[in-house]
Design a protein around this ligand. Structure first.
Ligand code: DCP
Ligand code: MG
Length: 416
């Protein structure tokens, strides 16, 4: 066994994060089904009497996806990543609000800073989740982490007004699994001795790292629960899934995970993408596409600057109306975080694509990152990397005061 029994790790995940942040400013929506997603059209209107009028899901038309939903909306079967039109059929009366990433990032910083004061060894896993190493918290051993868990929840609530759920276990894998057990506002302690009773009955897919393909293959072998995988012959798993994944499956299903809490990790790339409200054509919708493209490059440049990085490889991602995905990238002579340079490079990439078909999605990516000379502290720089590609509809780019460069001009030839 390579997982030292002495470790104690917490996984903290905010409850219905974006939706809960919105409820702070619109408390009149508490208790109602609420969905976050869609563009500016779903922004609330202030009536003359000072009350607000909110958009309803039933009035939504477009191709946006649900970014998140409150637990009241989840009761209707509405979850993250579901198409909004489908969600509207399930919960037509649900209130709809657009995303406000700046505000979510601000709250993310607030809750992480509050945690850091109590327990400084944290691994940032994106905008709303962190791992915490409780190894250096002497009192945590006495009660399995209950008191420090409660203190962390209290600190997060005081700093943000928001609730979170925490799982505390001997490793990251178990901590992540059990932080979900008692959501929302939960605190779950789990020891290795609880694995058989509490972890093995769960579907194999619940393990972070067992995706749709692997779980399908496991199911075809008659392995449905984590317990089924744990009981499977490790040699068979290796034979079917390869040495490294097969071994990992056996260990993970047995609750073994020796990964450390990594306090800082450099991002490999940063990207922005958007799915259009309707398919756009490179020639016929040149102006609109150009504006969206510029907006994405400006957002990306802002992301790079805020996080303190410069990029040497700029790439684009296109999804056509037949769902085919095409990517192209370009290596620059020098690193950049400037919107104009990114726009120019991304435009060069675009010239290498046949744009005869209409486009559904456009994305811009900055890779080969290096820290800028005027560094910002790593803790600030990493926050929110991970889930930051959100399903923003194209409308949100309109806010960016995008300048329209004649980028799609050249594509007319290939589009004919
Ligand atoms: N998110 C997103 N796209 C997804 C899933 C999530 O943009 N496909 C965003 C919105 C969520 C936030 O990330 O509020 C955090 O994701 P979680 O999976 O933790 O979901 P929630 O915090 O909303 O709900 P839960 O209470 O289940 O954690
Ligand atoms: Mg969450």
């Amino acid at each position: 066994m390579n997982a030292p029994a002495s470790r104690l790790i917490a996984h903290l995940d905010m409850d219905a994060f974006y939706a809960s942040v919105e409820l702070l400013r619109y408390p009149e929506l508490r208790g109602l089904p609420l969905v976050i997603g869609g563009g500016d059209a779903s922004r609330p209107l202030l009536r003359a009497d000072g009350t607000r009028s909110f958009a309803r899901l039933r009035d939504y038309h477009g191709r946006g996806v649900v970014t998140t939903s409150t637990y009241e909306a989840r009761a209707f079967g509405v979850f993250s990543a579901m198409g909004m039109m489908k969600a509207a059929r399930l919960a037509p009366d649900a209130v709809l609000l657009p995303c406000d990433f700046d505000e979510y990032r601000r709250c993310s910083r607030l809750f992480k800073n509050a945690v850091r004061v109590l327990t400084p060894v944290i691994e940032d896993r994106g905008i709303d989740e962190i791992y915490i190493d409780l190894g250096d918290v002497p009192a945590a051993r006495l009660d399995g982490g209950r008191a420090i868990g409660l203190a962390l929840k209290q600190a997060v609530r005081e700093a943000t007004g928001l609730s979170c759920s925490i799982g505390i276990a001997p490793n990251k894998l178990l901590a992540k699994l059990c932080s979900e057990f008692d959501k929302p506002d939960g605190l779950t302690l789990l020891t290795q001795a609880d694995v058989a009773r509490r972890i093995w009955p769960l579907p194999a897919r619940r393990i972070n790292g067992i995706g749709p393909k692997a779980s399908e293959k496991l199911a075809s072998l008659g392995l449905h629960t984590i317990g089924d995988v744990a009981a499977a012959d490790p040699a068979m798993l290796v034979e079917r899934f390869g040495t490294s994944y097969g071994k990992w499956l056996h260990e993970a299903a047995n609750g073994i995970d020796s990964r450390p809490v990594v306090t800082f990790r450099e991002p490999k790339s940063i990207s922005r993408e958007t799915t259009f409200e309707r398919d756009l054509h490179a020639v016929r919708d040149r102006v609109e596409l150009g504006r969206i493209f510029t907006g994405l490059c400006e957002q990306l440049a802002n992301d790079l600057k805020r996080k303190g990085y410069a990029s040497r490889t700029i790439g684009i991602k296109l999804r056509f109306d037949d769902f085919r995905i095409v990517t192209r990238d370009l290596t620059l002579p020098e690193r950049t975080s400037e919107a104009r340079t990114i726009r120019r490079a991304a435009g060069e990439c675009l010239k290498r694509v046949d744009l005869a078909r209409r486009l559904r999605l456009l994305g811009v990516r900055a890779g080969a990152l290096a820290r800028l000379a005027e560094q910002i502290p790593p803790a600030t720089a990493t926050e929110s990397i991970g889930k930051f590609i959100a399903s923003e509809p194209a409308a949100s780019c309109d806010q960016q005061r995008a300048r329209s460069l004649p980028l799609f001009d050249r594509t007319e030839g290939s589009a004919r």
